[in-house]
Write a protein that binds this ligand. Structure first.
Ligand code: FES
Length: 144
């Protein structure tokens, strides 16, 4: 008997764009995988490297940040700062033997409900192919 792996994915979504796009997707009755748990943030600039790493440490198989389109952040450059942080998180994951593709950054507007649903499907498929997080599987152990 084979069990289908259902990834647990956290999505930090800016309330001005991605979260509003998620609402729009709901109003348009567009479905997206229940694997994605959305967390609303006032701006992606509020997301720290530790939030993303902690999500993985606590058992998420994937994590992504969805912010306003570049140049349209309500706090001027929050999304640009976070893009750099996500890049840093990817490097950190890679350095400890975790696939960097488990973390991602997206930009979208509040009018992009279909894109929101598409991103959720893309990330779910991506993480499903990668399999469960090595952290969750207990494959990462310090060798002392
Ligand atoms: Fe949306 Fe900053 S207000 S990313």
């Amino acid at each position: 008997m084979t069990e289908t792996f259902e990834p647990q994915i956290l999505a930090f979504c800016c309330k001005y764009c991605a979260y509003a796009a998620a609402d729009l997707a709901g109003s348009m009755r567009l479905s997206y995988p229940a694997n994605v748990k959305v967390i609303q943030v006032p701006c992606t600039g509020r997301i720290d490297i530790l939030h993303l790493l902690r999500a993985i440490e606590d058992g998420a198989d994937g994590v992504y940040v969805a912010g306003c389109l570049e140049g349209e952040c309500h706090f001027i450059s929050g999304n640009l700062s976070t893009r750099k942080r996500v890049a840093y998180v990817k490097k950190t994951l890679d350095s400890i033997g975790i696939e960097p593709e488990r973390a991602e950054m997206f930009n979208l507007s509040s009018a992009m409900g279909p894109r929101f649903a598409e991103i959720a499907r893309e990330m779910t498929e991506r993480i499903r192919k990668l399999g469960p997080s090595p952290v969750r599987c207990g494959e990462l152990r310090s060798e002392k």
